[in-house]
Write a new protein. Sequence first.
Length: 234
Amino acid sequence: MKIAVFGTGIVGQVMANRLAGLGHSVTIGTREVAKTLARTDKDPYGNAPFGEWYKLNKNLIKLDTYSEAAASAEIIFNCTMGQGSVEALKQAGNANLKGKIIVDISNPLDFSKGMPPFLSPGNTDSLGELIQRTFPDVKVVKTLNTMNCYLMVNPAALPGDHNVFVSGNDVSSKTMAKEILKSFGWKESNIIDLGDITTARGTEQLLPIWIRLYGALQNPMFNFKIVVGTPPKM
């Protein structure tokens, strides 16, 4: 399958590597290829500049502009920073996005007032919905946004069962996204389909507690597990 991964940060890198390792044809999309490769600064987590990572992976993964990456893709993974996601997708061009599935794994974290960040949009809206409204001809599937990127592509990194959520309006698109999740190692029984794209509000609103758990645990390798019991008799 031809897949575009938007975003050159650690999330995009991990996602692109995993998809390429599964045999997909992967192109990472960026605003300007030359500027992206010329960066010499490390990311906020201390990871090496993208150009160094790309030198090690360019035999498996292509790099192109957002528009060129989207034009040749069947599915687009949005791994950009949430505040820049809509602009990145606009740069891809409506004609290159039309009719395609966008798997949105970003979160609308706003760091303008420092740490911890807040959600914008939030409460009565979500980034998933905003993308769907802005690009009505695409099929947005929100998933994988409630965990560290290494767990996204390798759930077995944690012992036992834990959950991933899926939101979206189009059933067939969610089915395809679930198949990709299963190829990452997610058990079907651990994939929870929450319903239409408005349910992305719920998963995005897990990020404030995720960030605080990260601070308390000093470890990003954790996830949410939903335990279902028998309803009490009334």
